[in-house]
Design a protein around this ligand. Sequence first.
Ligand code: AMP
Ligand code: GLC
Length: 453
Amino acid sequence: MVWDALYSSAFESVRGRIGGVGKVLLAYNTNIDAIKYLDGNDLERRVEAVGKDEVLHYADELPRRIENVGQLLGSILWSIKHGKAAELFVESCSTRFYMKGWGWEELRMGGQVGIMANLLGGVYSVPVIAHVPQLSRLQASLFKDGPIYVPKAGDGKLRLVHPRDFAGDEENCIHYIYEFPRGFGVFDFEAPRENRFIGSADDYNPNVVMRPEFHEHFEEIAEKAELGIISGLQTLTGKNYREPFEELVRHLEILNAREVPVHLEFAFTQDETVRRALVDVLGHFHSVGLNEVELASIMEVMGEKGLAGKLLADDPVDPIAVTEAMLRLAERTGVKRIHFHTYGYYLALTDYKGDFVRDALLFAALAAAAKAKLGDVRSIDDVVKAMDVPVNEKAKTVEKRLTGEYGMKNGIAEIDGYQLSFTPTRIVARPKSTVGIGDTISSSAFVGEFALH
Ligand code: AMP
Ligand code: GLC
């Protein structure tokens, strides 16, 4: 089968070359994920203890933030009912205390930066410089061995050290992740697909609090970087986004002056003002990564309501609507690469050409399947083991439509001077966990592309 052959050769090419990539700067969000696999009876008892009246209405409409236990339980029910991921800031101390008492099964590295640092540095051996807003001992212990660095200032000098050698004793930023499988039942709700709700008991990442080393020594940090990936802006609000955005733009200007290509990992941004502000700064980025919900939410603020609706109407997502939306976004902002991922396939729109764009997507799809299957990817050999996960059957109709509409061949087409690259993905039927797959996809594809180019 043609895709199997393309997958194998893409993997071999990326594996052979990824060691040549220089330092990747990762900023801004790193935290600790406390993972709780939900139990239906336990959840029902907890809802009844608080009172169904206090809880159930949040299953229809999410609160803006969590101020009590009823809102927490209701938000978890919202995610289950809709099969959708959501993340809310937990403001109240008593609710944070309740979540701690409820417990977890596993502590894992969290935040886009933390997850990408462990994958790029710990698995692919690509050196990374990470922004970690609070370096507690627990946070440091979750970093893998490998070329993973944080800047440490002292005696007027800046050094790069492994997070464990930073010897920090700062706060724990804990995000409680409530995971459920497809078909999970509670009261008369049944989860249409596996997913999770996240309650962030964290005052740093949601506000994008930047470390003093990054304020004071960013020029020096940027000098060491060959690539950049920015994430963690999704939880900002109309009230608190201005200051972090000013700093972000300053960082981007420094990186752009040095011609360091920077990728933005978009993530779902609830606040419309922040979403608009992100579209306005997108031209400073080389690349952006997003899924269908995120792309639709961008079309909404660009006034493309019809396209936004089309992006959410079908399963699998209509690839012609995706391509049109990506073209509008590229033309409006000037961003050179847009990487779209959805359940079953990926597309990339680039203002440059070459098979390496598609091959990097194939490598990323293999890494995503390994992550879904194992929960944690331990070595690059785990990635190739995902070759036994079948290529998604539904992607065939997507491929046919792209072939009919744009004359696509072997996953590559040309449209209005751009290249469109397509990859059918491998879907793991019963994933171990769903957190961090998107981060695995975007960082593997972006860094993989530079390895090949
Ligand atoms: P996000 O939507 O950013 O959370 O990223 C989730 C992405 O992970 C989806 O767009 C899919 O491409 C991918 N994905 C989700 N579930 C699976 C699975 N079971 N097997 C392989 N890839 C998956
Ligand atoms: C968000 C969450 C974090 C989680 C990550 C996974 O950044 O805040 O807890 O690990 O998404 O992508």
